[in-house]
Design a protein around this ligand. Structure first.
Ligand code: GDP
Length: 423
């Protein structure tokens, strides 16, 4: 039987509500752990006289990956008969939120974990806000530690109500609420006998019901230029097609400049198998008719397709993870798609508390602190091409780098008119 394409999921929730435990249990139940991991954790439990912790299985998993050739320790995999799953970012991982916003891997679905006894906490709400900002709509809420709540339906219903009300304010309508115990394995791989009142599927079955995203081949082409190589006397433009499709002979326009030329060949592919078309999801090299100076960061679209936006001023929704607060008119590096450009925050329009959703008027706000979310106007040193996040995620989200650290990130809401002020 043919397996479906893999699905990337992100697991979020308040600290100690059981993210690592649920993931450890998923790995255990699907037989996805490296050899010896269970023995190792059993030994730790035995030596320390503490109970077996599924959460520790994650450490064993990461260790294994570090020793192997895989460099990316933030991707944990397990499989069902239907498809492979990748969990982006082990929780507790320091880079968790940073990776989530840089969107390197792009999660399609999220598991939001809430402790069945403690209920919805500040971080549960904050993480939910991140999901809404990132446009992740396929959300399952897992009410965990049901064993500590006496497997009572009332505890489950209360959290379903509380979390549901908050999520609705964010425009998120969870596809399912599942009562689980990561520790005891209730409703993870199989239906729990402890909770006969729950009529739905256990987590693994529920995951298999999620539909994967279709690559957006029918949309306007978005091909951010990754690199330009010199190859013999030719220049080859390389990049990943984020949306749309492209064929030899197509007229293309390259933004922000908007210059037009034609695709002459896909040199690597045609040398191998004569392929003359490329689709969303593919990384490709293209040779174009006019060798004007193209560079990393520009976005290629087909002439006639809806072009990306261009400009030096962007209205964005931004959240801040830097220890040093974000300051107006300080210089940061903006990375959007494959572009890098100097940026400053020109003005703070709104400050939002991601946990209470309270807003503060902008005129009283001079800086953005750790964990704050704000709507701001960004001013760039050079003109770039970009999209609104709601139109194209890959070219509509960005991170801000302060020195060497990713200190914030966010999504593009709109292009703003040019102002006359100097950068
Ligand atoms: P994280 O910070 O969200 O990753 O939380 P962990 O997975 O590390 O869990 C925090 C603590 O809660 C650990 O001691 C777990 O053993 C415990 N825990 C997690 N899930 C359950 C559960 O379903 N039932 C019980 N009784 N304890 C749990």
């Amino acid at each position: 039987e043919q397996k479906e394409a893999g699905l990337n999921i992100v697991v979020v929730g308040h600290v100690d509500h059981g993210k690592s435990t649920v993931i450890g249990r998923l790995l255990y139940d699907t037989d996805s752990l490296p050899q010896g991991a269970i023995d190792k954790v059993e030994k730790i439990a035995h030596d320390t006289g503490k109970p077996f912790e599924y959460a520790y299985l994650l450490d064993a998993f990461e260790e294994e990956q570090q020793q192997g050739i895989t460099i990316d320790t933030t991707r944990i995999q397990f499989s069902t008969a239907k498809r492979d799953y990748v969990i982006i970012d082990a929780p507790g991982h320091k880079e968790f939120l940073k990776n989530m916003i840089s969107g390197a891997a792009g999660a399609e679905a999220a598991l939001l974990i809430v402790d069945g006894k403690q209920g919805v906490q500040e971080q549960s709400r904050r993480h939910a806000y991140m999901l809404s900002l990132l446009g992740i709509k396929k959300v399952y809420v897992l009410v965990n530690k049901m064993d500590l709540a006496g497997y009572a339906e009332t505890a489950f219903v209360k959290i379903k109500h509380d979390m549901g009300a908050f999520l609705a304010e964010l425009g998120i309508y969870p596809l399912k609420y599942i009562p689980v115990s990561g520790l005891q394995g209730d409703n993870i791989a199989s239906k729990s006998a402890q909770m006969p009142w729950y009529q739905g599927e256990p987590l693994l079955e529920a995951l298999d019901l999620l539909e994967g995203e279709q690559a957006a081949v029918d949309r306007a082409l978005r091909l951010p230029i990754q690199d330009v190589y010199k190859f013999d006397s030719r220049r080859i433009i390389a990049g990943r097609i984020e949306a749309g499709q492209l064929a030899v002979g197509d007229e293309i326009a390259i933004y922000p400049g908007g210059r037009k030329t034609k695709v002459v060949a896909f040199p690597y592919w045609q040398a191998k198998d004569q392929r003359t078309q490329a689709f969303a999801g593919a990384s490709t090299g293209i040779q174009v008719a006019d060798e004007f100076f193209n560079q990393r960061g520009e976005i290629i679209t087909r002439a006639g397709d809806t072009p990306p936006l261009t400009g030096k001023r962007l209205r964005v929704s931004l959240f801040w993870l830097g220890k040093k607060p974000l300051q107006l008119n300080r210089r940061y590096k903006l990375k959007l798609g494959t572009q890098e450009v100097e940026a400053q925050v020109e003005s703070i329009e709104k400050l939002i508390d991601a946990s209470s959703l309270d807003q503060r008027a902008a005129d009283t706000v001079k800086e953005i602190r750790l964990n704050d979310v704000a709507e701001v106007i960004l001013k760039l040193k050079e003109e770039i091409a970009f999209d609104r996040f709601q139109d194209y995620q890959a070219t509509g989200r960005f991170v801000l780098v302060d020195g060497y650290d990713v200190a914030g990130g966010g999504i593009v809401l709109a292009a703003e008119k040019e102002a006359h002020g100097e950068f």
